[in-house]
Each structure stands twice: as structure tokens, then as C-alpha cells.
Design a protein around this ligand. Structure first.
Ligand SMILES: Cc1ncc(COP(=O)(O)O)c(C=O)c1O
Length: 370
């Protein structure tokens, strides 16, 4: 049998991507002006059911812009999960703010809302929730705390396009939703990001800041210091084509999760399968499992064994509180630490076949029982 080579992520560009990019090349509209930028923003708002969408060059920048629009400044504290990708914390640091970390829930791996209130101080300005790996955060208790203390809520939905919390699309629930369209995301523009919001003032501020702070009614007049954080028309062309098929992308991921659940069901004494809470619709950016203590090999050895079988995987992110820029030697976040030490992202992308999922499940079984 030929050696397998199953990648953990894979962009699927099976719609109008080529046609739309060729239109950019043929017409010369290759920078951040052009019809696709506007159309992608408009259709993304329709998808998220928000009034406004502002595109930008990646999902780190969309967080930075969201925080700038909330006037986050040196000394401000922003509460967020310790278990996230580093961009969430870095965006706060770019504004001079201080990320304040919260431990995770064992089931969803998201920020534990019950632990947030204890972290609120006089300096707290807002909360960033992260819909990690595509499972929505339990938003109602977060919103309640935010309201009680007058805090803003930014949803980092970089990994969760189309996920639902109580039938509401994530990104549309807090003050702003921030998305990434990096090449491995649920839909992609190569590199790209978007902020969605119902708030005109926030949308206008973000649009000004991403375009060098220029006055929209007066050319070359810059009342504030802005940034060049724009998305190109070529990226938006790819994004629009991806968005036209987002139902297909989401449906494929749910089907892949269903097949993993089916083929891994009997291994639950060894591995914890991803939860989907009754109020949630998971977007399955990554189908992720946790190795239970009964497994004799370390998580890293487990991943090496999968790689030897031609299966690429990813470890769960390191929690922020152990990374050098944010190190908290006294930090106590046991749930996040356990997930980070024992969690694995399995291959999750639209072109994965049932035969490949069966092969992955069989390989996992062999590692578990030897
Ligand atoms: C949770 C989270 N936030 C932010 C980002 C940053 O997005 P980008 O890579 O587009 O800058 C990512 C990207 O992977 C992410 O996973």
C-alpha cells in the first residue's frame, strides 16, 4: 500500500476563486481598491447578520483594530482565556494593555465564564472571548458580567466562521467580532481578516484606522495616526468565492466530525472526543481530542507515531501564561495546562475522505492499545 500523506489542514478552492482572481489581473484592480473588497464585506455582513463588516489584512490586525476602536491604552486590563493563539494576547500588548488570563472549561476548552468575575479590577476595560477550534463560548454569562462592570466584549472568531451560540452566529454577539482568513481557516483569502459589528461608530473608526487614519471627506487629511491594514482586491476575490460556498465548507467539516465520532466512539476510555454543548453548533475548524491518562505514551510521542503513519497533526496551543512574553510563574490554570499538554488537533479539512478518517482512527486505536 502506498504511504499515506494526510495533511492537518488544506485550503479547498473549488468555486469561483480562479475566475475572480483572473478578473483582478485582467482589469488591473490588484490593490485594496476594487469591487471584490466591497462585495466581500457586504456578503460577509449578510452571512454574520451584522450591519457592518470591515476587511483588513489578517486576523491579528482585526483584533488590534477592534481594541484601538475601544480606546484600549497603556494600563488597561483585558480579560481573555490563557488557552488561545498568541495573536489574541499580542493585540492587547500592541495597544499597551495588559492581558489578564482566565482558565478553560474542561468540556469546550473555552474561557470558563465562572472564573471571569474574580479577575475584574478597576483597570479592567474589556473581555476578549475566543471560540476555540470552532466551538462557541457560553456567551450569556460573559455578557452579564460585561454589562455589570461596563466592559466591552470582543469575540475572537478567527477559528469559528459560522458557529452558532443559541442560534446566533458567533462574531455578531459582542461589540465586535474578529475573523481570520489565513490559509488554514474555515474559509480563506490566503491572508486576511474582518471585523463585524452592529455599531456604526466602531465600524467607522475601524475603517478610518485601517486606512492610514485619513478623513473620508478630505484627501490627505489625517486627523489621527492610522495604519495600512487593508485587504487587497485579490484577497477579497478569493474570499468572495469562498463565501459563496461557505455552506458547503461548513457542512463538510460537520460531516468529517460525524465520521470521526463514529470511528473513534469505541476509544473513549482512551481519548476525550470534542464536546458540542446543547446550545452550540460547532464549526469544527479543528477536530480535537484529549489523551486520557490511561494512554501510556506522551502526547508528543503519540503525534510522532501518527506522523510515522503519514498523518500530520498539531499540538494544542501553549497557554499564554507559560510563553516568555506573558510568563506568570505563579499562574494557576490547571485545566488549560492539561488540555495543552494532552490535546491534539487531528486532520480537519474539506477533502478528507471517510477512508482516510477510518485509517486515522485505526492508527489511533493501535497506539492506544499497545
Ligand atoms: C484564535 C486566533 N486569533 C487570532 C488569529 C490571528 O489570525 P491571523 O493569523 O489571520 O493573523 C488566529 C490565527 O490563527 C487565531 O487562531
Amino acid at each position: 500500500m502506498p504511504k499515506r500523506n494526510i495533511s492537518v489542514a488544506n485550503a479547498v478552492l473549488n468555486g469561483n476563486e480562479k475566475k475572480y482572481v483572473n478578473e483582478c489581473l485582467d482589469t488591473g484592480w490588484i490593490s485594496s481598491n476594487g469591487r471584490f473588497v466591497e462585495e466581500f464585506e457586504k456578503k460577509f455582513s449578510d452571512f454574520c447578520k451584522t450591519k457592518y463588516s470591515v476587511s483588513c489584512c489578517n486576523g491579528t490586525v482585526s483584533l488590534h483594530l477592534s481594541l484601538l476602536a475601544q480606546n484600549v491604552a497603556p494600563g488597561d486590563e483585558i480579560i481573555m482565556p490563557t488557552l488561545t493563539y498568541i495573536a489574541t494576547a499580542n493585540a492587547v500588548r500592541y495597544c499597551g494593555g495588559r492581558p489578564v488570563f482566565v482558565d478553560s472549561e474542561g468540556e469546550t476548552w473555552n474561557i470558563n465564564p465562572a472564573l471571569i468575575e474574580a479577575k475584574v479590577t478597576d483597570k479592567t476595560k474589556g473581555i476578549i472571548v475566543v471560540h476555540l477550534y470552532g466551538h462557541p463560548v457560553d456567551m450569556d454569562p460573559v455578557l452579564k458580567i460585561a454589562e455589570k462592570y461596563g466592559l466591552f466584549v470582543i469575540e475572537d472568531a478567527a477559528e469559528a466562521h459560522g458557529a452558532l451560540y443559541k442560534n446566533k452566529i458567533v462574531g455578531s454577539i459582542g461589540d465586535c467580532g474578529s475573523f481570520s482568513f489565513y490559509g488554514n481557516k474555515i474559509i480563506t483569502t490566503g491572508e486576511g481578516g474582518m471585523v463585524v459589528t452592529q455599531n456604526k461608530h466602531l465600524a467607522d473608526t475601524i475603517r478610518t484606522l485601517k486606512g492610514q487614519g485619513v478623513d473620508p471627506n478630505r484627501r490627505y487629511w489625517h486627523p489621527v495616526i492610522g495604519y495600512n491594514y487593508r485587504m487587497t482586491n485579490i484577497e477579497a476575490a478569493i474570499g468572495l468565492a469562498q463565501l459563496e460556498k461557505i455552506d458547503w465548507h461548513l457542512q463538510r467539516r460537520r460531516e468529517i466530525a460525524r465520521l470521526y465520532n463514529k470511528h473513534l466512539e469505541d476509544l473513549q476510555e482512551f481519548i476525550q472526543l470534542p464536546a458540542e454543548m446543547k446550545w452550540a453548533k460547532h464549526a469544527f475548524w479543528m477536530y480535537s481530542v484529549l489523551l486520557k491518562d490511561r494512554i501510556n505514551v506522551s502526547r508528543d510521542e503519540f503525534m510522532v507515531r501518527l506522523q510515522e503513519a503519514g498523518i500530520e497533526t498539531r499540538p494544542v496551543f501553549y497557554p499564554m501564561h507559560i510563553l516568555p512574553p506573558y510568563n506568570e510563574p505563579e499562574g494557576h490554570y490547571p485545566v488549560a495546562e492539561r488540555i495543552a499538554a494532552r490535546g491534539i488537533n487531528l486532520p480537519t479539512h474539506g477533502t478528507l475522505s471517510e477512508d482516510e478518517i477510518l485509517y486515522i482512527a485505526d492508527t489511533i486505536k493501535k497506539i492506544c492499545i499497545t
